[in-house]
Design a protein around this ligand. Structure first.
Ligand code: NAD
Length: 250
C-alpha cells in the first residue's frame, strides 16, 4: 500500500478520469474524499463510485462543492479540517469544456471554463496550501491537457485554462517546496471518457493520426500517472508536467 493513512481529495471524482483516480488512490490505502458538484444526478453518480470503492475494500466519503466558488471551496476545506484534521493529497481534476471557434465563442463560454478549470484549481490550491504548510507535507496534482501545451482550434478558452494550470503549478511549486509540498500536473492527451465520446468517428480518426502511439489513452493511464506523482516515489519531483498522451506533445 503506497498511500496508507493518507487523506486525499479528488475534485469532480464521481466519473470519468476522476473516478479512476479515486479508485486507484483508494486501492493504495488512501481515504478518498470524492468531491462532486451538486447538480443534476451528480450526487447519485458519485454515490455509485463510493459504493464501487467500498466494495473493493477501499475507504472514501462524498463531499459536495462547486470548485468555481471561492466560498463553497472554503466551506469544503473547513469540513475537511474539522472531520479529518489534515489533507495529504489534492487532485484538481474537475473540468469542463465549452468549445467553439473564436468568432462564435460567447463571453460566458470563456468565463465559465476559466472559472471551473483555472479558478477552481486556484481555489482548491489556496485552501489546501494553508493546511499542507502547517503539516509540512502535501502532494498537489492538477489535470492540465495536451491542449494547454499544443493548442486546439475551437478551444481557446479550454487551452487558456489548461496552460494556466501549468504556470500556476510551477509558481506554487517554487513557493512551497521548502515546506515538504510538491506541486505537479498531468497533461492527458485524448482519453476515452464522456468528454471524448461525443466526438464523431471522423474527428476521432483524425485525432488518432496525430498520436505516435496510434490510439486514445484510457482512464487508468492517467490515474497511474497521478498515483505516481502523489506517492513517495515522486518525492523529489516538483513543478513538472507529466505528459500522458501517446507522444502527441514532444
Ligand atoms: P468528465 O466530464 O467525465 O468529468 C469531469 C468532472 O468534473 C465531472 O464529475 C463533473 O461533474 C466535475 N465538475 C465539473 N464542474 C465542476 C465544478 N464546478 N465543481 C466540481 N466538480 C465539477 O471529464 P473527464 O474526461 O473525466 O476529465 C477530467 C479532467 O481531465 C478534466 O480536468 C479534463 O479537462 C481533463 N482532461 C481530459 C481529457 C480527456 O480526453 N477526457 C484530456 C485532457 C484533460
Amino acid at each position: 500500500m503506497r498511500l496508507e493513512n493518507k487523506i486525499a481529495l479528488v475534485t469532480g471524482g464521481g466519473q470519468g478520469i476522476g473516478k479512476e483516480i479515486a479508485k486507484t488512490l483508494a486501492k493504495q490505502g488512501a481515504f478518498v474524499l470524492i468531491n462532486y458538484l451538486d447538480l443534476g444526478n451528480n450526487q447519485e453518480i458519485a454515490q455509485k463510485t463510493q459504493q464501487e470503492i467500498e466494495e473493493l475494500g477501499g475507504k472514501c466519503a462524498l463531499i459536495s462543492a462547486n470548485v468555481a466558488s471561492y466560498q463553497e471551496t472554503e466551506e469544503m476545506f473547513k469540513i475537511i479540517k474539522k472531520e479529518y484534521g489534515r489533507l495529504d493529497i489534492l487532485i484538481n481534476n474537475a473540468g469542463i469544456t465549452k468549445d467553439g471557434l473564436m468568432l462564435r465563442m460567447k463571453e460566458s463560454d470563456f468565463d465559465q471554463v476559466i472559472d471551473v478549470n483555472l479558478k477552481g484549481t486556484w481555489n482548491c490550491m489556496k485552501h489546501a496550501t494553508k493546511l499542507m504548510m502547517k503539516q509540512k507535507y502535501g502532494r498537489i496534482v492538477s489535470l492540465s491537457s495536451v491542449v494547454g501545451v499544443m493548442g486546439n482550434a475551437g478551444q481557446v478558452n479550454y487551452a487558456a485554462s489548461k496552460s494556466g494550470i501549468i504556470g500556476m503549478t510551477m509558481s506554487l511549486a517554487r513557493e512551497v517546496g521548502s515546506r515538504g509540498i510538491t506541486v505537479n500536473a498531468v497533461a492527458p492527451g485524448f482519453i476515452q471518457t464522456a468528454m471524448t465520446d461525443v466526438l464523431s468517428d471522423e474527428i476521432k480518426d483524425q485525432m488518432k493520426s496525430q498520436i505516435p502511439l496510434g490510439s486514445f489513452g484510457n482512464v487508468q493511464d492517467i490515474a497511474d500517472a497521478v498515483l505516481f506523482l502523489a506517492s513517495d516515489e515522486a518525492k523529489y519531483i516538483t513543478g513538472q508536467t507529466l505528459h500522458v498522451d501517446g507522444g502527441m506533445a514532444m
